[in-house]
Design a protein around this ligand. Structure first.
Ligand SMILES: *Cc1c(COP(=O)(O)O)cnc(C)c1O
Length: 383
């Protein structure tokens, strides 16, 4: 029998009107990193986030983090705190600036930065003679972090927060959107994110002058003069008007796509409902609303199977799943970065798995996933 078609973890899902915005860009010759689609996409994002904060569309989420750090004055020899359990895009810009990442463990409820370990890290770094310049906190897999506790610690020590909401567009805490809590908020529209522009990102800024400064840095820091005049080092990080056209089309379906992802999460909650050894990452209580970008599970160490057993079993049927992020303090390139924490992030990497979560999965594909997981659970005596 032929191999069944691949079921992806998360694949692009176009809404239908993206090409109209691109055609309009061609018709009006706005083929540049500025134009009506860029402005329109920024307005759409701001409206969606229900915030007064202006949004700057950029080339990637990583670029957005970089420009946040530049504007917070992070430079050579500085230290920046980041949660260890994340994607490298959260932390690489620290090194671009010649600064040192200080890594902090997660807590077990949301899998994001542990506020207790955060404070420990801050106190220790201050005692060692350097106050961290910024804190990068992440809402992984769409789950809002313990943002109130994190903000409290940050305010106590007067350290600005960069909120990496690359995976959490549409997630809220107490009704407020992720990405709007920090001094800066970061969004990503990479190919696998909840909406995609093929590649893209955005920075949610405090006020209009911060947005202007972000755009200034993103367009080679060109001073006001008829010729090219520069008093700062700039970057080529602005979003293209073509790419922004995809974004405008995607914004029309974002709410619907979040609904589909949440349905995928419900499917997994049901599949593993009676399996004590498996916990599905879920909202701790009603203050939390996750976009469930990726549905993820943790397999108890005492279980009679490992997450790797499940991953390989799904792979037999061409169903993609993936271990959770490998913590940054375990990465060869960051092995010398100071780390504050226990083994929560390490255990998540050891025992966790992301399951297919796309908003475009068909009934048939969902059945294939369910049947395969049920047959795995049956084999191991769980149903
Ligand atoms: C995707 C992602 C980024 C980086 O975004 P890009 O647009 O791919 O540069 C940063 N942080 C996290 C947590 C991400 O998942």
């Amino acid at each position: 029998m032929a191999q069944p078609s691949r079921i992806w973890l998360s694949s692009p899902h176009m809404g239908g009107n993206e090409l109209d915005f691109i055609h309009e860009a061609f018709k009006t010759n706005w083929i540049a990193p500025l134009g009506p689609n860029v402005n329109g996409f920024e307005d759409d994002l701001k409206t969606f986030l229900q915030t007064d904060k202006p949004v700057a569309a950029l080339s990637t989420g990583t670029a957005a983090i970089h420009l946040a750090l530049v504007q917070l004055g992070v430079g050579y020899g500085d230290e920046v705190i980041c949660q260890s359990f994340t994607f490298c895009g959260s932390i690489n810009p620290i090194v671009y600036q010649g600064a040192t990442p200080i890594l902090v463990d997660s807590e077990a409820t949301t899998w994001n930065m542990c506020p207790v370990k955060l404070e420990e890290a801050i106190i220790d770094r201050i005692n060692k003679g350097k106050k961290p310049k910024a804190i990068i906190v992440v809402h992984l897999y769409g789950m809002p972090c313990l943002i109130e506790n994190i903000l409290e610690v940050a305010q106590k020590y007067e350290i600005p927060i960069v909120e990496d909401a690359a995976e959490a567009l549409g997630s809220t805490y107490k009704g407020q959107h992720c990405g709007t809590f920090g001094d800066f908020g970061v969004l990503s529209f990479n190919g696998n994110k909840i909406i995609t522009t093929s590649g893209g990102g955005a920075l949610v800024c405090k006020d209009d002058s911060t947005k202007q400064k972000t755009v200034f840095y993103a367009t080679q820091a060109r001073d006001d003069a008829p010729h090219y005049e520069h008093t700062h080092i700039g970057f080529n990080y602005r979003m293209s008007n073509i790419v922004a056209g995809i974004g405008r089309g995607q914004m029309q379906v974002l709410a619907k796509h979040i609904g589909f992802r949440r349905e995928m999460n419900e499917l997994y909650q049901n599949l593993f409902k009676n399996v004590d050894a498996v916990s599905v990452l879920s909202e701790p209580h009603e203050d939390y609303h996750s976009n469930y970008w990726l549905s993820s599970i943790k397999v108890d160490k005492t279980a009679n199977f490992t997450r790797e057993d499940l991953r390989l079993f799904l792979w037999e049927d061409n169903i993609e799943s993936r271990p959770l992020w490998k913590p940054m303090h375990m990465q060869p390139i960051f092995k010398n970065a100071p780390y504050y924490g226990d083994t929560i992030a390490e255990e998540l990497f050891d025992t966790g798995l992301c399951l297919p979560s796309g908003s475009n999965l068909t009934m048939e594909e969902k059945d294939r996933i369910s049947n395969k997981i049920n047959s795995f659970l049956k084999t191991h005596g769980h149903i």
